[in-house]
Design a protein around this ligand. Sequence first.
Ligand code: GUN
Length: 296
Amino acid sequence: MSAEIIDGRKVAELIRNSVREDVEQWVEKGNRPPFLQVILVGDDPASIVYTGTKSKACKEVGIDSNTMVLQDTISAIELKQIIQDFNQDDSVDGILVQTPLPSHLSKYDVIETIDYRKDVDGFHPMNVGRLSLDQPCFRSCTPAGVMELFKHYSIPVKSKHAVVVGASDIVGSPMAVMLSRENTTGKATTTICNKYTRDLTAHTINADILIVAAGQPHLIKPEMVKEGAVVIDVGINRIADETTEKGYKLVGDVDFEGVKKKASWITPVPGGVGPMTVAMLMKNTLLAAKKSLYPG
Ligand code: GUN
């Protein structure tokens, strides 16, 4: 068997196109364009790249955005005051604080300051809590993007055994909640593995749907995967490669070449889940502007 490839670039483009059309209609009705306020603290190189990608995507779909860059010495009080000012500002629909934050700032404390109605990342406890109750909320973009891939490719989830490897706040945990709890798109039997899981293979081998977000290059080998499984690789790892111009290449958490011979569906890295994250952020920002989730 050779797996069908899940083309995240293509699906992300379809989503961006649909958001662009919706934004156009929204503006034609006399509304201002949606506005996303991005906050970047410090100069983490990966965060600079990510926020740049987000602002470019906004421009492409007709969403206005601004990235405020703050010194990494900013105090929690100052940062929270800035966020509170954006909370009060009716011209700001979505607020996103790029993580990681410098070590003197607590990400939980900072995120909780964001008005949950503007929390387009879906990281605020109100959104995380509502997600776990299957109530309307902003959903974390990466796992929401994975659910969108299942929908696009008509990959059934209900009653399947889904195994999530990785239990992070922004991918593994909300992913497991979506798979297990969401009424229309989920209802899988779900196992969450973390770094303390004793025999990882004993779990992964039973997965009809295997989602890997562990941040370990090539963690998942063919012998760990059930014949015909759907394999979703959320990992993006840089590994040294002197044959490339940049001196590195991007690989996922799955041994793609080996595992694709056993899987029925598989996402590549790059070009799988990655592009979906930003597309879902665009979708969330439009929902925020329209006040679709929290009308009050
Ligand atoms: N850091 C890594 N991924 C993300 C993300 O999706 N949103 C934010 N705010 N920070 C991140």
